[in-house]
Design a protein around this ligand. Structure first.
Ligand code: CS2
Ligand code: MG
Length: 402
């Protein structure tokens, strides 16, 4: 029987920081898992190196479900982003190994194709409405069928989601950047630029918007009503989702579809949201919600209630978890859409392979496993750099949800 012989944790910053788990079996088969938790990377690296790696050595890599239960229940302290990201990395690496041993791409192990390709959306943004409109036009001209729109709110300067360079990168400073926030200014301005997008480009593509956890339930209801004429594909994270019941109030007031879940990491964190149909898309991911094994469970629960998938896919999810995401996206029956921002050139020097983008859709690799390789030598050229996500403060100085 093949055994897990080695489990190595790599922390490197090629374009941005990523934590990658590499498991090698006694037969020399290698599996990769993404263990990146933006702004708290070393916590997961230590959880893996100091607490999980000693448990992996000598274990049977084929027993994926058993490993999941062993790591989840064996921790005693359950759930949370650090624990679940570490478990996700192990789970994903074992699916990579299983695909390589079977000689099949991972989607074939998940039931095979349900669709020809995976619809994606990317991020258009601007420092003002005019710049945003130009950016939307750029993505539409690239063939995207779905575009997220975010613009800075004039009175409060920087706002969530406004790209500075080639890619939107929020974790850009060695200590948290404190950014101003004013809800009233946002509520007055954001609907105007979403309307401007529809006025300029019409309704022939999906338009998405990320509120990014910033409103109270009633403010979110007000925003949802205000943007109903824009016919959004979704408004994302309208209010912090720890309080799942809060979404009942939003639901009572607006038909704007709702997506949430990128900061959540288990089926229990989205159980009420799904079973009470308080959301339309669940955004949990391979890297933060327990790997393919657990994410498949979440997606199957969602399917029972007409909730579709809409997984998070920002630049801080490595090509490994993006590849795993597309293998699952192409197979599940209730797929909705996949976020896809691409990665920096430096990142792609280290992570080789992965899904291909064509006509606004991602396509999984056909090689055995996940289809991504990690170039350890290239990674050594990009030593770890500590980076933090920003903190938002209201105009009175009090901390707000970033
Ligand atoms: C955002 C992310 O892509 C999204 O929907 O919410 O940019 C998020 O802010 C980052 O992934 C946080 O690391
Ligand atoms: Mg988001």
């Amino acid at each position: 029987m093949s055994k897990i012989e080695r489990a190595e944790v790599f922390v490197a910053s090629p374009g941005r920081t990523f934590v990658t788990l590499r498991i090698t079996t006694s037969d020399g088969v290698v599996g990769l898992g993404d263990a990146t938790l933006n702004g708290r990377e070393l916590a997961v690296a230590s959880y893996l190196r100091d607490h999980l790696v000693p448990l992996l050595i000598g274990k049977d890599p084929a027993r994926i479900e058993d490993m999941w239960q062993y790591l989840y229940k064996g921790a005693y302290w359950r759930r949370g982003p650090v624990t679940m990201t570490a478990i996700s990395a192990v789970d994903t690496a074992l699916w990579d190994i299983k695909g390589k041993v079977a000689g099949l791409p991972v989607y074939q192990l998940l039931g095979g194709r349900s669709r020809d390709g995976v619809l994606v959306y990317s991020h258009a943004s601007g420092r003002d409405t005019a710049e945003l409109l130009d950016d939307v036009e750029r993505f539409l001209s690239l063939g995207y069928k779905a575009v997220r729109a975010q613009a800075a709110v004039p009175e409060v300067g920087g706002t969530y989601g406004v790209r500075k360079g080639k890619l939107y990168e929020p974790a850009a400073t060695a200590l948290p950047d404190e950014q101003p926030w004013d809800t009233e200014a946002y509520l007055n301005f954001a609907p105007t630029y979403l309307e401007a997008v529809r006025e300029r480009f019409g309704f022939g593509f999906h338009l998405l918007h990320d509120v990014h956890h910033r409103l109270t339930p009633l403010e979110a209801a007000r925003f949802g009503k205000a943007v109903e004429p824009c016919r959004l594909y979704w408004m994302e994270d309208p209010t912090p989702a720890e309080n799942q019941e809060a979404f009942r109030l939003i639901r009572q007031h607006t038909t704007t579809p709702i997506a949430t879940g990128e900061v959540l990491n288990s089926i229990w964190d989205v159980q009420t949201l799904i079973t009470e149909q308080l959301i339309d898309y669940v955004r949990t991911t391979v890297v933060h919600a327990g790997g393919l094994t657990h994410l498949r469970r979440i997606f199957d629960l969602a399917a029972l209630y007409g909730v579709r998938t809409g997984s998070h896919g920002a630049t801080d999810l490595s090509p490994v978890s993006m590849a795993a995401a597309v293998h699952l996206d192409v197979a599940v029956p209730n797929f909705g859409i996949q976020e896809y921002m691409g990665h920096a050139d430096e990142t792609l020097e280290v992570f080789r392979g992965g899904p291909t983008l064509a006509a606004g859709m991602l396509h999984p690799t056909e090689v055995p496993g996940l289809g991504v390789e990690y170039d350890e030598k290239a990674a050594e050229r990009y030593p770890y750099e500590a980076r933090y996500l920003p903190v938002a403060r209201r105009l009175d100085g009090s901390v707000h949800d970033w």
